[in-house]
Ligand binder design. Sequence first.
Ligand SMILES: Nc1ncnc2c1ncn2[C@@H]1O[C@H](COP(=O)(O)OP(=O)(O)O)[C@@H](O)[C@H]1O
Ligand SMILES: [Mg+2]
Length: 297
Amino acid sequence: MNPTRPEAQARLDDPSDEPAPDHGRGTQTTSARAPQPAPLTVHGPARVIAVANQKGGVGKTTSTINLGAALAEYGRRVLLVDFDPQGALSVGLGVQPHQLESTVYNLLMERGVESGEVLQDTGVENLDLLPSNIDLSAAEVQLVTEVGREQALGRALKPFLPDYDIVLIDCQPSLGLLTINALACADEVLIPLACEFFSLRGVALLMDTIGKVTERLNPDLTLLGVLPTMFDTRTLHTREVHDRVVEAFGDKVFDAVINRTIKFPETTVAGEPITTWAPTSYAADAYRMLAREVIAR
Ligand SMILES: Nc1ncnc2c1ncn2[C@@H]1O[C@H](COP(=O)(O)OP(=O)(O)O)[C@@H](O)[C@H]1O
Ligand SMILES: [Mg+2]
C-alpha cells in the first residue's frame, strides 16, 4: 500500500501543509538565525546530536530522518543512529530491521565488529544509517553489568566520527540506560516538543536528567534547541502551547516549526524522507530551515 507520489501537487491538495502563521513565515527564506550554509570542502569530525524526549509520539524519529536528510541536501555528511529497539528510524528509511544480520546491538556488545558490516545506505546522498531492531532491548539489560555501561555507544561511534559532519541519534521514549548512553556521548541535545496539552509535563524530568548527565558523565553536553512539532494551524490551543514553550526556553526554541500534517505518516509508508518524497512541500522546507539553524548554532 504505497501512497501515490504527491509530486508538485504537494501544496495544493493538503490544507495542513501550510506554513504556521507567524512562526512558519520564514521557512521559505533564509534569516539571521538560519542563513544559507556555506559549502564544505573538508568533512568531519562529526558533531554528535541526541534527539531526545521520553514522551513517545512527539516527532523524534520523524525529525531525525528529515533533519538528517535536509542537512545532507546542504552537503553535510550525515550518520543517523537508530537507538530505539522499535526500529522506527530504520523502517522510515525503507530498511526492514528484522531481516538484518548486524545492527547497533552488535556494535555495542561485540568486539571486532567492522563498521561497514552495520552501516546501511539510505538511498539519499550523504545520508547513512546504523539500524536497530528488537535485539537492542537486550543490550539495555546486558549493559547493566558492564564496566563503563554509560559509555558503550560513545565507544561504538568513535570510529565513525572522522567520516561525518553530523551524527544524529534517535533515542527511545524513555530515560533509561540507552538514552543515558546517547546523552553521554553527544555534544548537543535536540528536544522535539509537541504543541499540545501536557507536552511540557515531563520536560522538567528530561532537563533534570540532562543536568545529571552533564554533571556526572559528559560536562560538554549542551542544549542545542527545542523544536516545536505537531503545530496545528487550525487551533488556538496549539499557539498557546507554542507561546509557553517560548516562555520556558527563550531563544533556545528554533524558529522552524513543524506542522501537523498527514505527509509525515505517508513518508513512513514510502520509506523515504519528506525532502525527497514531497520536496516542494512546506513541511520539507520547515526541516530545511531547521537544518540551516542547526548548522548556524
Ligand atoms: N508533524 C507531524 N504531523 C503529523 N504526524 C506526524 C508528524 N511528525 C510525526 N508524525 C507521526 O506521528 C507518529 C509519531 O512520530 P514519531 O516521529 O515516530 O515520534 P517519536 O519518535 O517521538 O515517538 C508517527 O506516526 C509519525 O508519522
Ligand atoms: Mg521514535
